[in-house]
Design a binder for this molecule. Structure first.
Ligand SMILES: NC(=O)c1ccc[n+]([C@@H]2O[C@H](COP(=O)([O-])OP(=O)(O)OC[C@H]3O[C@@H](n4cnc5c(N)ncnc54)[C@H](OP(=O)(O)O)[C@@H]3O)[C@@H](O)[C@H]2O)c1
Length: 378
């Protein structure tokens, strides 16, 4: 029987290590054929040895060991294109995930997509590349995985609304005035999920939900007015859909990325879970309206989506620059939305028509963000 051959990109990160944990359970129909990391060579080599993987890319620095077969960003793309595989899991963080996603699709692999930036930066173009190459994009982001699997049971014309759930991040219970002096360390304490640095800060500002709002619009062709965001502190409900006659359908499970990763690996089938099932008994599920004053990044994302053109792309790039500046202690937490909002005033109405144009606009935002940042640095 043909085993599904899987490439794991970003295997040393939070998503990557969850994917490795799924594979450790030795689902017999799956096999890892290639792995990648950026700088963490030690963990990468350990993973390659554990799973007997011969094709290994290190994209961010010169390797020390002979196990590394591909180096640099170009080597990473070559590895994706040349390795015979059925599915690529993209667990790379940030905008660097875009070209690897394209390399996967154009070389005939399905794409299990955790790297939401791929869709936020170039959603319509990526969907066209997938369609032209007759490939499937299987969302791994827990909310989009939930919607993707719920939508398999509902006709598109029966869909009235998508409800994205948000944990509220590190400062869910803090007042607006308390946010003024919060530190990076405090912003990195997520109440329910354990994830990489960038996405954890994005949860604290709710930029993560802003990116997911854009991702939802592009992936499922749903207009912004039919997408709602609710704060759900327990993170058990990963999203909901409402059908036209008013029923709500939810996907509920523990907050554990191994679940959407396994479902993406085994798609279109659902395999029995080796994890303990979620027990409803004694659980409370709460839902609240998000406070747009406390989470301006969410309001800016709704605006960017309505403005269309390159606004979503600019939102992502500006946020990357602002988050990096916050993490490095150059700007305050509340400056992040100010920097992004200021950059979005610059006019981004043109829709990119090619991936090269996407990259040019992304670079332009980063250049402009450099000077905007100076106004906020202490
Ligand atoms: N973590 C979650 O639970 C979660 C949930 C939903 C969606 N996502 C999305 O999944 C993606 C990954 O998130 P994460 O939390 O797993 O991030 P992470 O823990 O920071 O891991 C990032 C991975 O990408 C590699 N990497 C970093 N920069 C790279 C570059 N320029 N080129 C190639 N590889 C690079 C890293 O390698 P090194 O280790 O060598 O630096 C690492 O393997 C993000 O887009 C995030 O929004 C994550």
């Amino acid at each position: 029987m043909h085993r599904k051959r899987i490439i794991i990109l970003g295997s040393t990160g939070s998503i990557g290590q969850s994917a490795i944990a799924v594979m450790r359970k030795q689902i017999k129909d799956l096999k890892i054929v290639a792995l990648s990391a950026h700088t963490n060579e030690e963990m990468l080599v350990e993973q390659a040895q554990e799973f007997d993987v011969e094709t290994v890319a290190l994209s961010g620095r010169e390797p020390d060991s002979e196990e590394i077969t591909h180096t640099g960003p170009e080597g990473l793309l070559k590895m994706i294109e040349e390795t015979e595989a059925d599915l690529v899991l993209n667990g790379i963080s940030g905008s660097s995930g875009l070209l690897p996603s394209i390399a996967a699709l154009t070389s005939g692999k399905d794409l299990a997509l955790a790297n939401k930036e791929t869709i936020v930066m170039a959603g319509p173009l990526i969907k066209k590349i997938a369609a032209d190459n007759k490939r499937v994009i299987i969302p791994v982001d827990s909310e989009h995985s939930a919607i993707f699997h719920l939508m398999r049971k509902v006709e598109k014309e029966d869909l009235a609304e998508i409800i994205l759930t948000a944990s509220g991040g590190a400062f869910r219970d803090a007042g607006l005035e308390e946010l003024q002096y919060v530190t990076v360390k405090q912003a990195l304490v997520h109440p329910t999920w354990s994830m990489g640095v960038k996405i954890t800060i994005d949860c604290a500002t709710m930029a993560n939900k802003g990116l997911e709002l854009i991702e939802t619009n592009y992936l499922f062709d749903i207009p912004p007015e039919k997408i709602k965001v609710v704060v759900h502190p327990q993170s058990y409900v990963h999203s909901l859909i409402r059908t036209t006659e008013g029923s709500l359908y939810a996907q509920i499970s523990r907050p554990d990325m191994r679940i959407p990763i396994q479902n993406a690996f085994t798609y279109p089938d659902l395999y029995e879970s080796y994890m303990k099932h979620f027990d409803l008994m004694g659980k409370t599920l709460e839902f609240h309206e998000p406070d747009m004053k406390k989470y301006p990044m969410l309001e800016i994302a709704f605006r960017a989506l309505e403005q269309k053109g390159s606004y979503p792309l600019a939102y992502n790039a500006a946020n990357e620059v602002a988050v990096e500046a916050f993490v490095k202690g150059r700007i305050a937490f509340l400056d992040v939305p100010k920097v992004v909002d200021s950059i979005l005033q610059n006019g981004w109405s043109r829709s990119p028509e090619s991936i090269e144009e996407v990259q040019d606009i992304h670079k332009r935002v980063i250049r402009e963000a450099g000077s905007t940042l100076k106004q906020y640095q202490g």
